[in-house]
Design a protein around this ligand. Structure first.
Ligand code: PEP
Length: 240
């Protein structure tokens, strides 16, 4: 199983020209890399970027119809998109996505044949209150309710306080959480499924290798640093 390195460009960059430029640099820098690389640009660039595996940053849970502004799993699949990020903390926070909505999106994504990068993670308040594992359990249970086959699921452990702050989670704490998630998944789902657990939160090339080697993450979800092609290529190489 290769490590999975995902670029979440969020709402960046502001022009197609810039998007193509970053994409092409990543493409040439990762030729022959021994890791699975997925780029998740904004929807509007998905049809324009070719030569690396693509992921979407969101999905709607209906197939088609009167849902202004939304994009369905079928549309993404028909465009050749292979992955979708579901449950990102920015969507939970700014778009009021609940565990129930996330679960609807999850089921629809899998039904559409997409692979999922399922984000979970505690806020700093929840961590300080000693509720981290409780939150992770709830997010997993509710997000994956009714999902019996984890084959196309990758879980990204992203402590909310570590995202975009420069305050990355320590390797020790990350390892503890990854071990907890692995055990919980094995308990509540079919055994023998090798679900990849990624780490995300202020990853950069100086810390990326440690998450793979020492925290035993099976990949990384990278936001800010993935918009700098040179830096992102270094991160990929550290995960080979
Ligand atoms: C993210 O967007 O999932 C993320 C981890 O962002 P950053 O790497 O910028 O913290």
């Amino acid at each position: 199983m290769q490590n999975l390195i995902v670029a979440n460009w969020k709402m960046n960059p502001v022009s197609l020209e810039e998007a193509k430029n970053i994409f092409e640099q990543i493409k040439s820098g990762t030729e022959g890399a021994n890791a699975e690389v997925v780029i998740c640009p904004p929807f509007v660039y998905l049809a324009e970027l070719k030569g690396l595996t693509l992921g979407a940053q969101d999905i709607f849970y209906e197939e088609k119809g009167a849902f202004t502004g939304e994009v369905s799993g079928e549309m993404l699949k028909n465009l050749g998109v292979e992955y979708v990020i579901i449950g990102h903390s920015e969507r939970r926070k700014y778009f009021s996505e609940t565990d129930e909505i996330i679960n609807e999106k999850m089921k629809k994504a899998l039904e559409s044949g997409l692979k999922v990068i399922f984000c979970i993670g505690e806020t700093s308040g929840e961590r300080d209150a000693g509720k981290k594992n409780e939150v992770l359990e709830r997010q997993i249970k509710k997000g994956l309710a009714g999902v019996e086959n984890l084959e196309n699921i990758n879980v990204a452990y992203e402590p909310v306080w570590a995202i975009g702050t420069g305050n990355n989670c320590s390797v020790e704490e990350t390892k503890e959480s990854i071990d907890f998630i692995k055990k919980f998944l094995a308990l509540s789902h079919v055994e023998g499924v090798d679900t990849r657990i990624l780490y995300g939160g202020s990853v950069k090339s100086e810390n990326s290798g440690e998450y793979i080697k020492d925290a035993k993450a099976n990949g990384l979800l990278v936001g800010g640093a993935s918009l700098n092609a040179e830096e992102f290529v270094k991160i990929i190489k550290s995960a080979e």
